[in-house]
Design a protein around this ligand. Structure first.
Ligand code: BJW
Ligand code: ZN
Length: 232
């Protein structure tokens, strides 16, 4: 299997990589659907919504502040580094990540699209002002210095659209890549969950790397079971 995967990798002129929370797990970032996904008994799937934010912005911000504190201490792991090396090896390359932690950028990857946004960026729900903030907020929920409205993390919650530019850049690559490597994602959150099927239908190859099988597994060209940091 790994030999066949190597061959597909070598032959690919155009390489796309799609990552999910499993790729950051080895850096110490909790996954969403894993056993460590709960925070103070709250399900992340219920916190990552506009509804939760309007109901209780302080609670949602406490969750994000906790995650930001945790991620701040995390370093890229061998998965992030392997993907950066792949970028060096292939002239036509794009990383599509669902991760908001910024670890791929920290590892040096430049050709990347963060389709679910970035946890270090905040956006004003009133005037749309955006900025990167690395430090903790003293008062939660934080407010905009320009208009006084609530600031929110600049991430994509359930029911919200993926930013148009991110989706356009993703599909430009999904439309032309010879190989898509899908690593560390449970393959249940749309639209990323359909990228593997999309590439396969147009004749591209797909290698999936995961600790366990996912809804994508029956359809991929090669499934490599194992830790992303080792397999990649
Ligand atoms: C390892 C490992 C190791 C562990 N090595 N592996 C069609 C059908 C049904 C529903 C929908 C649909 N289209 C849209 C929807 C609704 C919804 C959706 O998909 N719901 C499903 C859950 C049913 N999608 C949306 O709402 C999306 N928006 C959208 O489609 O908009 C349409 C629209 C158009 C126009 C106008 C308006 C709307 C948006 C989805 C946003 C997702 N947001 C989150 C939060 C981001 C912010 C934050 O971080 O706080 O994104 S939810 C969460 O899930 C996060 C993740 O990026 C995402 C995916 O999770 P991921 O990465 O797969 O992690 P896990 O934990 O699930 O899996 C980890 C995997 O790693 C596991 O498989 C492990 O085995 C593995 N693993 N360690 C290798 N060491
Ligand atoms: Zn504002």
């Amino acid at each position: 299997m790994i030999e066949k995967a190597r061959e597909l990798f070598r032959e690919a002129r155009s390489l796309c990589v799609l990552t999910g929370a499993g790729v950051s797990a080895e850096s110490g970032v909790p996954t969403f659907r894993g056993k460590d996904g709960l925070w103070k008994n709250h399900n992340p799937m219920e916190l990552a919504t506009w509804d939760a934010f309007t109901r209780d912005p302080k609670l949602v911000w406490e969750w994000y502040q906790w995650r930001r504190g945790l991620i701040r201490k995390c370093e890229p792991n061998p998965s992030h580094q392997a993907i950066r090396k792949m970028e060096e090896m292939k002239e036509d390359f794009l990383l599509i990540t669902q991760n908001v932690d910024g670890l791929h950028r920290k590892a040096g990857t430049e050709k990347l699209v963060e389709i679910h946004g970035n946890i270090w960026e905040v956006r004003c729900v009133g005037c749309g002002w955006k900025e990167e903030v690395f430090d903790d907020f003293e008062v939660l929920p934080p407010r905009c210095g320009h208009c006084g409205e609530l600031l929110r993390p600049n991430v994509v919650w359930f029911g919200e659209a993926i930013p148009e530019d991110a989706l356009r850049r993703s599909f430009e690559m999904l439309d032309r890549c010879d190989l898509l490597i899908v690593a560390g994602t449970s393959g249940v959150v749309q639209p990323a969950a359909s990228f593997a099927g999309y590439v396969l239908r147009r004749g591209g190859s797909v290698i999936e790397v995961n600790l366990e099988e996912t809804p994508n597994t029956p359809f991929v060209t090669i499934f490599l079971k194992g830790k992303a940091g080792e397999v990649l």
